[in-house]
Write a protein that binds this ligand. Structure first.
Ligand code: AMP
Length: 356
């Protein structure tokens, strides 16, 4: 039995609530909880509170923190347990409290908490995708192996900051040296060197439902990144001398060509199966595969997120086209989908099935 399953046994299912750290995709998760009639608790760092104070009707309680580290304290966890709270993690959580503390959080988590550790390690992450038989960009074990255009990525969710492109071993080595000098990374071996795939980006949003025994494809998005998406607005003669960067600024909704859908769904299903094989715990709740689609319509998945991705925010309140294939005319977005599962699990006495 997992930590979350043990904790949830003492819960009053009729009074279940949803807790979420205030950043990333908190607004749509809170809106989802309220739409499904659940109590919602916002955990927010003092300086970020003013945004959420604009929408006081979205939560029943706000716990204001002086630092994110408090999120992992027993004081907060016991308070949340008294509220029968299920924590919905997003990319912010691990970034704020670190992998070890996130893994040990004394709260039921809607998601597979064993993925935190895998996600923090770029190499382990790519291995998981490969084990799932999902096509990934070629990996280069060492800068010396580089023989074409590559993208060098840093560990952890840094929103693309510090990534760089290079096409020679020397270029990669120099870029890594620069990042160490600037104090951006301490250990260059933790960076990952990947074939740069030419195509268009597409990010797929999945929801692994334990209650409905299925993986739902709920949507897709494109990230809007600075400055790589701005470079094409410049005449080439000016853009040429500039290095692209990949800092996420926002997201745009996307629908896929219908002939690609089956493949996208199958990759999502394979991912969920492999997570269960590797961690011994089922995939639970939202996750995402992040890809580049080439002009031969081949998909290369370069990244995954084992939790809700911010790109799902594009469907907040209105629902996504793919969600309507399951939920009809009822507007369904990821935050609401999460709340629906938690509410139904509570009603059916199955909370233990949707937390770890
Ligand atoms: P990530 O932090 O891994 O999501 O990557 C940030 C951005 O870098 C992506 O949104 C893409 O625009 C770009 N990117 C990452 N990996 C690749 C790749 N292998 N080939 C092409 N572009 C990539």
């Amino acid at each position: 039995m997992t930590l979350g399953q043990r904790l949830v046994k003492d819960y009053d299912a009729e009074r279940v609530s949803i807790a979420v750290p205030g950043s990333h995709s908190a607004l749509q998760i809170l809106l989802g909880a309220k739409t499904e009639g659940l109590r919602a608790i916002l955990l927010v760092r003092r300086d970020l509170a003013p945004l959420y104070q604009r929408y006081p009707h979205l939560y029943d309680e706000a716990i204001v923190l002086d630092s994110w580290a408090e999120l992992a304290s027993e004081r907060i966890a016991s308070r949340l347990r008294r509220e029968n709270a299920v924590l919905v993690p997003h990319a912010g959580l691990v970034e704020y409290v670190g992998v070890e503390r996130a893994e040990r959080l004394q709260l039921p988590i809607h998601g597979n908490r064993l993925l935190f550790r895998i996600e923090a390690d770029q190499h382990a992450k790519m291995r998981l995708l490969e084990e799932a038989g999902i096509p990934t960009p070629r990996r280069y074990p060492s800068p010396r192996d580089v023989d074409g255009l590559v993208i060098v990525k840093l560990p952890g969710a840094k929103g693309g900051r510090g990534y760089f492109l290079a096409s020679t071993p020397e270029g990669v080595e120099e870029g890594l040296r620069r990042l160490v000098e600037q104090g951006v990374i301490d250990d260059p071996s933790k960076a990952i060197i990947q074939e740069y795939v030419v195509g268009v980006p597409a990010y797929y949003h999945y929801y692994a439902s334990r209650l409905y025994s299925r993986v739902e494809l709920l949507g897709a998005d494109i990230r809007y990144e600075s400055n790589v998406d701005g470079l094409r607005r410049l005449p080439p003669r000016y853009a040429e001398s500039l290095e692209p960067s990949f800092v996420v600024v926002g997201n745009l909704p996307l629908v896929m060509r219908e002939r690609l859908l089956l493949k996208i769904i199958e990759y999502g299903e394979r991912f969920a199966r492999t997570v269960e094989e590797v961690t011994g715990m089922p995939m639970i709740g939202p996750y995402s595969l992040e890809s580049i689609v080439r002009d031969d319509l081949e998909i290369r998945v370069f990244e995954f997120s084992g939790r809700i991705v911010a790109g799902t925010n594009v469907y907040m309140g209105v629902g996504s086209p793919y969600a309507s294939l399951y939920w009809g005319t009822e507007p369904m977005w990821m935050g609401r989908r999460i709340a629906r599962e938690i509410r139904e699990a509570a009603e059916k006495g199955r909370l233990a099935d949707i937390v770890t």
